[in-house]
Write a protein that binds this ligand. Structure first.
Ligand SMILES: NC(=O)C1=CN([C@@H]2O[C@H](COP(=O)(O)OP(=O)(O)OC[C@H]3O[C@@H](n4cnc5c(N)ncnc54)[C@H](OP(=O)(O)O)[C@@H]3O)[C@@H](O)[C@H]2O)C=CC1
Ligand SMILES: CC(=O)[C@@H](O)[C@H](O)COP(=O)(O)O
Ligand SMILES: [Mn+2]
Length: 378
């Protein structure tokens, strides 16, 4: 029996994690759930899974939640609530499915408390990968990837020696605007940007896919998860999202992981690793798929991806600022304050103004993140 806490239980990854868990009630107990603002869904989850500790974004929401859940449920809110669900339960496994760098402190707290981590919240590694991986190493905690590309790479590396790896390649669908030129991006709407061709996900990551920022964040995530230098990480456009990523070895063998796009597969693999169990997903029928397509990445078409490699190579607080500026820019685009193409301008401007701090501690990361948010708003 594995005891689980979920940060971001009401989101796309959070709900799919609970779906996986509900297929194996004899294998999992839910100890903690943290949602944000969606009280209706969170109260249903509490009624069904009966966690001991639950958290929401604000005190008002916490007061309202008390009237909706079974007596005896411990209810928290805000930053303290996230820390309670991350580190203050008997869970041995924490799924990090918050969106954005707000997941950093709870993730660090869960690691310090010795919980194994199923990591979906990639922004934590982009913001402070050196702190998260060092804490995990020190505490003997596994960071099990949930992000589909990283789960694929993790599976392709299984049983192999890292010294035999030539490079890893992350596949990219191209997102909602994969068949448009830059000229055709000038007047795109929020609704159009939210139409991902292959995956149903939260709004922020769907916009990141359209700008190719998602792949940029994933390059930095892969750098930290697999200790891979940036010149051995490649990105390839693969519109079907069937090959989730692959590893090329020194003998020219390529090992890839394939499957229909369904996040319940990598979520379940992280939860049950190293065991594999049945999932409710549709098996991949390659004869029905017929053809798979690939295109070389065009870094001029996708400047966010180039900025990800540049800030990753620069190191220190460069990636913290790169991530925080993007979070604000995406939020402003979703609110209609800036155009789609201005997202990358905001990030570039903030990066240009930033004085990088090398080997930052948590306080310096927090300060750089706050500075970048302020700069991205002005
Ligand atoms: N969705 C996917 O398929 C994939 C997602 N990821 C990564 O996983 C992470 C989560 O993505 P996704 O599930 O799509 O995002 P969603 O937007 O669907 O979910 C975000 C979750 O965070 C919660 N949340 C937001 N703000 C707060 C807050 N202030 N306090 C507490 N909780 C808060 C939301 O609560 P509420 O809704 O109740 O307000 C929700 O539960 C991201 O880092 C993303 O990049 C990676 C690979 C695939
Ligand atoms: C499901 C998942 O892991 C997402 O990160 C997905 O990869 C987004 O797709 P693209 O960024 O390739 O469009
Ligand atoms: Mn991904």
């Amino acid at each position: 029996m594995k005891r689980i806490s979920i940060l971001g239980s009401t989101g796309s990854i959070g709900t799919q994690t609970l779906d996986v868990i509900s297929h194996y009630p004899e294998q999992f107990i839910v100890d903690g759930l943290a949602g944000g603002h969606n009280l209706k869904l969170l109260s249903e989850q509490v009624g069904k899974f009966r966690p001991r500790k639950v958290s929401v974004a604000t005190k008002d929401l916490a007061d309202e939640l008390k009237t909706l859940v079974p007596a005896g449920t411990e209810i928290y809110y805000g930053d303290e609530g996230l820390l309670q669900v991350a580190a203050g339960t008997d869970a041995d496994f924490v799924v990090t499915a918050l969106v954005g760098s707000q997941g950093l402190r709870p993730t660090l707290a869960a690691i310090e408390a010795g919980k194994q981590i199923g990591l979906a919240n990639k922004e934590t590694l982009v913001s402070a990968g050196h702190l998260v991986t060092a804490a995990a190493q020190r505490r003997g905690v596994k960071l099990l990837p949930i992000d589909s590309e990283h789960s694929a790479i993790f599976q392709c590396l299984n049983g192999e020696s890292m010294k035999d790896v030539r490079k890893i390649t992350l596949t990219a669908s191209g997102g909602s605007f994969r068949d448009r030129t830059r000229e055709q991006l000038k007047d795109v709407t929020v609704e159009q940007a939210l139409q991902h061709p292959n995956w149903s996900m939260g709004a922020k990551i769907t916009i990141d896919s359209a700008t190719m920022m998602n792949k940029g964040l994933e390059v930095i995530e892969a750098h930290w998860l697999f200790e891979m230098p940036y010149d051995r990480i490649d990105v390839l456009i693969h519109p079907e999202s069937i090959i989730h990523s692959f590893v090329e070895y020194e003998d020219c063998s390529i090992i890839a992981q394939l499957g229909n796009p369904d996040m319940r597969v990598p979520i379940q693999y992280a939860l049950t690793y190293p065991k594999r169990m049945k999932t409710p997903t549709q098996p991949l029928k390659l004869a029905e798929v017929g053809k798979l397509h690939f295109r070389e990445m065009d870094y001029e078409r996708y400047p966010c991806l180039q900025m990800a490699f540049d800030s990753g190579r620069a190191g220190g607080t460069a990636t913290t600022v790169f991530n925080a500026a993007n979070e604000v820019a995406v939020d402003r685009f979703l609110k209609g304050e800036i155009s789609f193409l201005q997202i990358e301008d905001v990030i570039a401007n903030v990066l240009n103004k930033h004085q990088i701090v090398m080997n930052p501690d948590l306080e310096e990361i927090t300060a750089a993140d706050a500075w970048a948010r302020e700069a991205a708003r002005s």
